[in-house]
Design a protein around this ligand. Structure first.
Ligand SMILES: Cc1cc2nc3c(=O)[nH]c(=O)nc-3n(C[C@H](O)[C@H](O)[C@H](O)COP(=O)(O)O)c2cc1C
Length: 448
């Protein structure tokens, strides 16, 4: 155990249920979804779940959204042609199939507070928490794409108002989850009492955005509430995350930015009346591992070569809500202002210039975005990748990493077989699960 940390590194597998996830074009890799599998699954996702559980990961996490990106060239055609994070089937329906072939792995779905009523969210997550015996997590998003609003027939909700609504939303959820006392179900067959009605109550929530009678439609589940994840990047997003989440997620290019994010989120958690350590911090990384450094670099070059320039611009335009087709792509990257969508993305892209991409053009910045959505690519031998993870973990003061693998399902098994044993040997990562629920895994401090 390193002296600087009295806790374990946490790892969470990370992807989207779509042809490619965080590397545009990865679906074209000869080993993607093969042999005999398809991205729709379920086989590919069941195999990934088993591989992540073999690697003793805390959970597998799905991001998702509710519309194709359509900002670039004001069209969804590039998104469809390159299979960019779309189509996007309903992950809530996939999770039980992944749960059925695993016993410990946590399973996280994204659900938008803008397009689902809190009563439905509580019903779905509590049901899944029962079905999985306490392994469910929820990535709480407020959704940022105008096309998502259009699919639900509403006007886009302005940025800060989305978070105000989400605040009320989580309050409804909290009250619903508390509407059954933990000991309200007695199942006394002799006395003929299934539940003690004095311990289950209406919530009569009457807010600005939501009304809800209650009680919750599902009795208390093993975890009580799902593990809550959030990834807001703006000030209001970060504050919301600090108030409600068990874990904060972020893409940061390097250890300096990771550390700054972890410090900021800790300060916000404390300002919200919590302890800094009550909010765990996770950073996305994209490992590219091979037996020799040379092979790993070749692998990286091959993978990055699959990334279509237009597709990168389409993903970037979707995330920033700004059409990059309107720009001179050979202009210096730092000459354009920040964008209206997910905050801070372009600033982060231009900061790549600090890492060897001096005088980067917009085209080059977009390309880097399409390769990993700004997650660091960790390239090397298993030992090099493990060493880099340990050093990022120790120096950033984060809790763990979201591991995204461009080639699915194989990348996750490869990480488990090659990198995890080195982390275990270094004493920074669990040898086995100490508990049963996802919450247990996140709280685990002993390698087992
Ligand atoms: C790791 C990570 C995962 C995310 N997953 C999703 C997602 O699945 N769906 C979504 O709509 N937004 C997702 N986002 C975007 C944010 O949750 C958030 O909506 C976005 O950053 C806009 O809010 P902001 O302006 O507060 O940053 C993700 C962001 C990060 C960093």
């Amino acid at each position: 155990m390193p002296m600087s940390k009295q806790k374990l590194m946490h790892l969470v597998g990370f992807s989207l249920w779509s042809p490619s996830a965080h590397m545009v074009g990865a679906w074209r890799h000869p080993e993607s979804h093969g042999p005999g599998m398809s991205w729709e699954g379920p086989e590919v996702w069941q195999r990934i779940a088993q591989d992540c559980e073999r690697g003793k990961m805390d959970a597998f996490f799905f991001a998702s959204q509710l519309a194709p990106y359509g900002v670039y060239q004001n069209s969804i055609a590039p998104t469809l042609r390159d299979g960019i994070q779309f189509p996007t089937p309903d992950v809530m329906l996939l999770l039980p199939m992944m749960a059925a072939v695993t016993e410990r792995l946590g399973l996280v779905s994204t659900l938008s507070t803008t397009y689902n009523h809190p009563y439905s969210a509580v019903r779905q997550f509590s049901t899944l928490d029962h079905l999985t015996k306490g392994r469910i997590g929820w990535n709480v998003v407020t959704s940022f794409q105008p096309r998502e609003a259009a699919n639900y027939g509403i006007e886009p909700v302005p940025h800060d108002e989305r978070y105000v609504r989400a605040e009320e939303y989580m309050e409804v959820c909290k009250q619903l989850w508390a509407s059954w006392a933990p000991d309200s179900v007695v199942e006394d067959k002799e006395a003929g009492i299934w539940a003690d009605a004095t311990k289950v109550h209406d919530i009569d929530f009457d807010g600005k955005y939501y009304k809800c009678k209650g009680p919750a439609p599902v009795p208390p589940s093993p975890q009580g509430t799902p593990v809550l994840f959030q990834a807001g990047g703006s000030g209001s997003g970060r504050d919301f995350c600090a108030r409600w989440s068990d874990a904060a997620l972020s893409f940061q290019m390097n250890v300096v930015q990771m550390k700054a994010y972890a410090e900021d989120m800790s300060a916000r958690a404390v300002a919200a009346g919590r302890r800094a350590e009550d909010l765990q911090k996770f950073f996305g990384v994209q490992p590219i591992v091979a037996v020799s450094e040379g092979e790993a670099k070749e692998k990286q070059q091959y993978l990055n070569g699959l990334v279509p320039p237009d597709g990168s611009l389409a993903l970037l335009s979707g995330h920033t809500a700004f059409d990059f087709d309107t720009l001179d792509l050979d202009a210096p990257a730092d000459e354009i202002p920040d964008m209206p969508g997910i905050q801070g993305i372009w600033g982060a892209v231009t900061s790549l210039a600090d890492h060897g991409l001096e005088k980067m053009t917009i085209r080059e910045g977009a390309r880097a975005y399409g390769q990993s959505v700004l997650m660091p690519q960790l390239v090397g031998t298993p030992q090099q990748v493990a060493d880099e993870l340990i050093s990022l973990w120790e120096e950033s003061d984060g809790d763990g990493f979201l591991i995204t693998c461009p080639v699915r399902p194989g990348g996750f098994g490869e990480f488990t077989d090659l990198v995890v044993p080195i982390l275990q040997k270094a004493g920074v990562y669990r040898n086995d699960y100490a508990g049963k629920t996802f919450r247990d895994h996140l709280a685990q401090t002993d390698a087992g």
